[in-house]
Design a protein around this ligand. Structure first.
Ligand code: ADP
Length: 267
C-alpha cells in the first residue's frame, strides 16, 4: 500500500499556469475521487502524481521518498496510471496488452519470466477479462476495453492506482461494473486509489473522499456531503445547481438547473 503527499505543487504548460498551491495527502489504502470542471487540471494532477510530469514548484512524496529521486522503473512498480484512452496501433490481443504492464519488470530482449506470467494471469482474473484474452483489444466494447486497461495497470503490481475518467462513455451498468471493480481492488487488495471522475453523482456514490479542483487549486476536500454542496458546485462549475438526497444513505445528487420552466418534473 502506498501513501502520497503533495506539498505546495505548481505546474504550467509552456509557461501557462494550470495548478498552484496544491497541497494534499492521501493515506495508504484510501480511495479518492478528483473532481473539477473540464480543464480544471485533474489529468495534469494525476500525471504529476504518476511522475509523468514534473512540477515547477513543490514536492511529491511517495511512501516517504520524493518521486523525482526514484528511478523510473521503481516508480512504475509502485504507481500505475490508467489513461482515458489507450491507443493500440496493431491488432494486439488482450493478453498482449496486459503483458505490456510488465514492462517495468522485464529486461530488454529477455522475454516474460514465470513471475511475469503469473502477474499477468492474476491481473486478468482480478478484472475478469480471462474470457476474452485472445480477442483483439481494438475490437472490444468500451467497458471491456476499460477493464483490460485496468488489468494492464494491475500487471505492474502497483500499490497506488491512478485512473483518469474510468467510466467516461460507458452506459450506467458498465459504469457500475467498473466502479465495483475499482472498489474491490481498493477494499480486497488494499490498493490506494485516486481517480479523476467526471460524473459527480457516481463519485459521491462510490468514493468516501472527494477533492474538488477549481482555478488550479483545491477548492474542497472531504466526504461527499461536505463537497457536493451548492456553493462549491456553483463556484467550480460556474452555473446554478440543485442538490437532492438519494435513498437511505442520503448521498447528495447534483443536478444542473435548466433555463426552461417546462421540464417534465416542473409541470
Ligand atoms: P482536466 O483533466 O481537469 O480536464 P487537464 O489537466 O487535462 O484538465 O487540463 C488542464 C489545463 O491544461 C487545460 O486548460 C488544458 O487545456 C491544459 N493542457 C492540458 N494538457 C496540455 C498540454 N499537453 N499542453 C498545453 N496545455 C495543456
Amino acid at each position: 500500500m502506498a501513501s502520497i503527499q503533495l506539498t505546495d505543487i505548481a505546474f504550467a504548460y509552456n509557461g501557462c499556469p494550470v495548478l498552484r498551491h496544491v497541497s494534499l495527502g492521501v493515506a495508504s489504502g484510501e480511495r479518492v475521487a478528483l473532481l473539477g470542471s473540464n480543464g480544471a487540471g485533474k489529468t495534469t494532477l494525476l500525471k504529476l502524481i504518476g511522475g509523468v510530469l514534473q512540477p515547477v514548484q513543490g514536492t511529491i512524496v511517495l511512501d516517504g521518498q520524493r518521486i523525482n529521486r526514484l528511478p523510473k522503473r521503481e516508480l512504475s512498480r509502485k504507481t500505475a496510471i490508467v489513461p482515458q484512452e489507450f491507443v493500440v496501433p496493431f491488432a494486439f490481443a488482450v493478453r498482449e496488452v496486459v503483458e505490456l504492464g510488465r514492462t517495468p519488470y522485464v529486461r530488454i530482449l529477455s522475454g516474460l519470466r514465470a513471475s511475469d506470467r503469473l502477474a499477468v494471469e492474476k491481473a486478468m482474473e482480478q478484472t475478469d477479462v480471462v474470457q476474452f484474452s485472445s480477442r483483439v483489444f481494438n475490437e472490444l466494447s468500451g467497458g471491456e476495453r476499460q477493464r483490460v486497461m485496468i488489468a494492464m495497470a494491475l500487471a505492474q503490481e502497483p500499490e497506488l492506482l491512478l485512473l483518469d475518467e474510468p467510466t467516461q462513455q460507458l452506459d450506467i451498468t458498465r459504469q457500475a461494473e467498473v466502479m465495483d471493480l475499482i472498489i474491490g481492488l481498493n477494499r480486497r487488495w488494499g490498493l490506494t486509489v485516486i481517480a479523476a471522475i467526471h460524473d459527480l453523482n457516481l463519485a459521491g456514490r462510490y468514493f468516501d473522499r472527494l477533492i474538488l479542483l477549481h482555478n488550479g487549486t483545491v477548492l474542497a476536500d472531504g466526504p461527499p456531503e461536505r463537497v457536493l454542496r451548492t456553493d462549491f458546485m456553483e463556484e467550480a462549475y460556474d452555473g446554478p445547481v440543485e442538490i437532492f438526497r438519494s435513498g437511505d444513505s442520503k448521498t447528495p445528487i447534483v443536478f444542473p438547473v435548466s433555463r426552461f420552466r417546462d421540464l417534465p418534473n416542473e409541470q
